[in-house]
Design a binder for this molecule. Structure first.
Ligand code: ACO
Length: 325
């Protein structure tokens, strides 16, 4: 009998502090109109001082566990995707494990920037399909505001903080149908934070301040549109499906224009695309599970429907998950 990995609960959390486009007008040379037209973003949530990625992840995780009708004791694997961990070590997955009072199961972080949740879900699926885990907690959580230069209008208007989580269980019923992961490190310098533990933060040839995100937005935009178009084809082809077989597109929430382009590629009406970018901006690894949880909780996504999750991010990394919800 085939064992499937099936999502049985979703949860998400946004920090209370909100930063609107109007607030940003007072900080950098930008306008609400420019941000809305070029990105679709209206506001973003920002973790206050002392509020960490683990804090956000814990809340999202508790909500997902509750939605699945489970308790923390049932969890036998924690995979957490983040670019902005609380500490260099232990992993944020271990910190969440401690908060949830879970002891002994495997817990580790994954770093694939905005594609992190897709990578994490794919890894958890392999554990479940091989019988190595039966009830996994998969989290995407970020305090991306910490790696943003708040004087750089080219990046600071785009990003926000948040967390999303799912519980994935072994099931005889169909769940995740296929996963597709890719990376190409040749594009390192189009989207990166130049400093790091090993390189240090005192880098003479650094592309600006080494603590913060540097992005060649226009080039990233074009790559994202082309790459996501290709992964849609790859995913449908691998499953022998037609575009019309997909009920919902749950895309990475980076920019409404990238989302529109992927929807056009799928010949999909925007009514069948979950769009939350306006409400929280690009939350990197948190964005796909945040969008998923929103549409599950407001009743749009129903059990049995076919969902296509996809993301693109620094690395470059990109990937998709096709699943029956
Ligand atoms: N407000 C006002 N004007 C601005 C702003 C701003 N916040 N930012 C840039 N501009 C200006 C530029 O300086 C430029 O002015 P110029 O013509 O006088 O030189 C003009 O607006 C156009 O700039 P572009 O960069 O060409 O604008 P574009 O339409 O490409 O939009 C954006 C920029 C929104 C960043 C877009 O390129 C984008 O979304 N890129 C992709 C980002 C992304 O998806 N990342 C995904 C992965 S993220 C991750 O992995 C962490």
């Amino acid at each position: 009998m085939t064992i499937y990995a099936r999502i049985t609960g979703t949860g998400s959390y946004l920090p209370e502090k909100v930063l609107t486009n109007k607030d940003l007008e007072a900080m950098v040379d930008t306008t609400d109109q420019w941000i809305r037209e070029r990105t679709g973003i209206v506001k973003r949530h920002i973790a206050v001082d002392g509020q960490t990625t683990c804090d956000l992840a814990e809340q999202a995780a508790r909500r997902a566990i509750e939605a699945a009708g489970k308790t923390p004791d049932d969890i036998d694997l924690i995979v957490l995707a983040t670019t902005t961990p609380d500490k260099i070590f232990p992993s944020t997955a271990c910190l969440v494990q401690q908060r949830l009072d879970i002891h002994g199961c495997a817990a580790f972080d994954i770093q694939a920037v905005c594609t992190g949740f897709i990578y994490a879900l794919s890894v958890a699926e392999k554990f479940i399909r091989t019988g190595a885990a039966r009830c996994a907690l998969v989290i995407g959580a970020e305090t991306f505001s910490r790696v943003i230069d708040w004087t750089d209008r080219g990046t600071c208007v785009l990003f926000g903080d948040g967390a999303g989580a799912v519980v994935v269980e072994a099931s005889a019923e169909q769940g995740i149908l296929s996963t597709h992961l890719h990376a190409d490190g040749a594009y390192e310098n189009l989207l990166h934070v130049p400093g790091g533990v090993s390189r240090g933060f005192d880098i003479p040839d650094a592309d600006g301040d080494p603590h913060f995100t540097h992005m060649k937005g226009n080039e990233v935009f074009k790559m994202a549109v082309n790459t996501l178009g290709r992964i849609v084809d790859e995913t449908l082809h691998a499953n022998g499906l037609k575009k019309s077989d997909v009920d919902w597109l749950v895309p990475h929430q980076a920019n409404i224009r990238i989302i529109n382009a992927t929807a056009r590629k799928l010949s999909m009406s925007m009514e069948k695309v979950v769009v939350t970018v306006g409400q929280h901006g690009n939350t990197s690894a948190a964005s796909v599970p945040l969008a998923l949880d929103t549409a599950v909780r407001d009743g749009r996504i129903q059990r049995g429907e076919v969902l296509l999750l996809e993301a693109f991010g620094g690395g470059f990394t990109w990937g998709s998950v096709l699943l029956k919800f």
